[in-house]
Design a binder for this molecule. Structure first.
Ligand code: KG4
Ligand code: ZN
Length: 338
């Protein structure tokens, strides 16, 4: 039960990729529950997410995941005041499963619904407890699906200042790991062995497309491919820690260089970091160092709020205008941002 007189909580659903997520969050940004059912193993044998399989699994998992989120939160469905859901961008079939369930849950009680942009969720994750980050702030999001730096002046909106024009930082980690014969997901595997390697052992490019704040990681990935070919399999294995450390250094250098420039150019004194790559130990350490150097406060939310989750969707929904019943019944999902 929620406390008497408390503003009704938000029930949020997120199914944009391969994680089935539901969460209950209060208006004040307290996360009452945040449940994620990962499909990772299901897709591993295909070497990537299979959209049809993802959608079908969401259909099976969503109802128990929502029940679980409600049960863990101690909030009953009757006490939910708003339903929030990711409307895009993402895999369209996967999104539609979440969106139709959210509509059904809301419509059955004539509750308002908030349609949330997935990236806005990542951007507002640090506004949740315990960080309660307040605008204005800069946000670096680096995950398997996206890599961008955005400026937030008010939490209802964000402005992307630079983004990756090809691979995301997470993809760079995952594809690099595969070339080094490491397990999937590649980020944690590279992070682990990089600690034993020399980041200056190999020279890798820090590509910069144009003069703005965009990123590019495909050249770096190709450079690693050529390097492993030159070395041959046995030598690549023997030098794996040095290769991983040098490759990781190049990714983090690029992420933080652009972030530092964005902070300086925009004169913003707060930074948050999100997305699965925020788990990276070198990124966490060096982001804190950058913050000290630039006198910028750095917030890195708990990892459960950095990787895909529904609490961040509720987090963003707090700042958005809900659509009253029945106005949302014909709402559509979108695969790509406008
Ligand atoms: O946010 P996320 O869980 O899912 C997406 O929305 O994509 O991000 C997953 C990505 C993967 O590419 C994974 O390799 C990367 O985050 N990742 C890491 C680390 N842990 C996860 N990358 C670098 N270092 C890590 N420790
Ligand atoms: Zn994401």
């Amino acid at each position: 039960m929620s406390e008497p007189g408390a503003a009704p909580s938000i029930l949020a659903i997120e199914t944009s990729c391969d994680d089935t997520c539901a969460a209950v969050v209060t208006r004040e940004g307290e996360v009452r529950s945040n449940v994620v059912a990962s499909q990772g193993l299901l897709h591993e044998r295909y070497g990537g997410v299979v959209p049809e399989i993802a959608a079908r699994r969401h259909l099976e998992s969503l109802s128990p995941v929502v029940d679980d989120a409600l049960e863990r939160s101690g909030v009953t469905l009757e006490e939910v005041g708003t339903v929030a859901v990711t409307a895009g961008p993402g895999l369209i079939g996967a999104l539609l499963v979440g969106l139709s369930s959210a509509k059904a849950l809301a419509a059955a009680r004539e509750l308002p619904l908030v349609a949330v942009d997935h990236l806005h969720g990542h951007v507002t994750a640090a506004t949740l407890a315990p960080q309660h980050l307040e605008a204005p702030y800069m946000c670096l999001v680096a995950s398997g699906g996206h890599t961008f730096v955005a400026r937030v002046d008010e939490p209802a909106r964000y402005r992307v200042l630079g983004r990756s024009l090809d691979d995301s930082a997470g993809e760079a980690f995952d594809k690099g790991a595969r070339m080094l014969g490491l397990s999937y997901p590649g980020g944690p595997a590279i992070d682990r062995i990089a600690g034993e390697g020399d980041p200056d052992a190999f020279a890798f490019p820090r590509s910069r497309p144009g003069t703005g704040l965009d990123f590019s990681f495909s050249g770096l990935k190709t450079a690693l491919l050529y390097r492993t070919r030159d070395l041959g399999e046995a030598e690549t294995q023997r030098r794996a820690a040095d290769l991983a450390a040098s490759y990781q250094r190049a990714i983090i250098d690029a992420l933080l260089a652009r972030t530092g420039e964005a902070l300086e150019r925009e004169g913003v004194a707060r930074l948050s970091i999100g997305g699965g790559v925020a788990a990276n130990s070198e990124l966490r350490r060096r982001a804190a160092e950058l913050g000290e150097e630039m006198d910028v406060g750095v917030s890195v939310p708990d990892l459960s709020l950095c990787t895909d989750n529904a609490a961040m969707i509720a987090g963003a929904a707090r700042f958005l205008e809900p659509i009253e019943y029945p106005g949302y019944l014909d709402l559509d999902a979108f695969a790509r941002s406008a």
